[in-house]
Design a protein around this ligand. Sequence first.
Ligand SMILES: Nc1ncnc2c1ncn2[C@@H]1O[C@H](COP(=O)(O)OP(=O)(O)OP(=O)(O)O)[C@@H](O)[C@H]1O
Length: 241
Amino acid sequence: MIRVTAMTHRFVGGRAALDGVSFTVAAGESVAVVGPNGAGKTTLFLRLCGVLPGVRGEATVANLDPADREHRRKLAATVGVVFQNPDDQLFSPTVLDDVAFGPLNLGLSDIEARDRATEALNAVGLPDHAARVPHQLSGGEKRRAAIATILSMRPGVLLLDEPSMFLDPRGRRELIYLVRDLPGTKLIATHDLGLVLETCPRVLLLDGGKLVADGPTEQVLGNEMLMETHGLEVPYRLRNG
Ligand SMILES: Nc1ncnc2c1ncn2[C@@H]1O[C@H](COP(=O)(O)OP(=O)(O)OP(=O)(O)O)[C@@H](O)[C@H]1O
């Protein structure tokens, strides 16, 4: 479903934010992308959805090349990105308008878009929040609403960037259940290694733009030497058996 081949990305005047990264993800897999600050996680996501310009042939998502202008339209219907800050995705007068925005953009009728939005709000546990003003929601509700704005487009691939950031323990727990239930292929960039243990059987570890490990979650996160070398800590659960 996702194929990345020697992907390199250099911002103007900077070092390589991605440096020869290669991996594949099969349909239906849930894969975590971890690494210290500045490792290149968000850059990878922005390249995969075509927001950042790239070189043709370095990536395909559902056989679409994000660097190909013709493919990018179709890609928008295939890849859903939930950004770090939910405020980036909530801008309409009501939650329902925000969640219906994507389907309307895809060319669905008002009724179809509304149905999709209602379904997505049910899926994230916000069935009673349709008429609410998005910027008045709590942090956790905003996070759920932001996920609903993407689910309503029924993307085959979901890219979640720091989904548990700013959530309290209950909100985080609810998010873990939600993420587990989400259909499709998922890439989750996060510093929350507990979330990774509960949602992703496989981990990609990035550092300095390079992919330094790709393997089963407990094997990668439980490797003390590897984790320390790349500025991370073995999660408590793996340290204590
Ligand atoms: N628009 C930009 N212009 C210049 N440099 C950038 C830009 N965006 C990111 N970078 C740089 O690219 C590198 C990778 O950043 P990126 O945001 O992908 O890392 P990250 O792994 O998501 O980090 P974090 O965990 O802190 O969110 C960093 O060195 C960052 O400073």
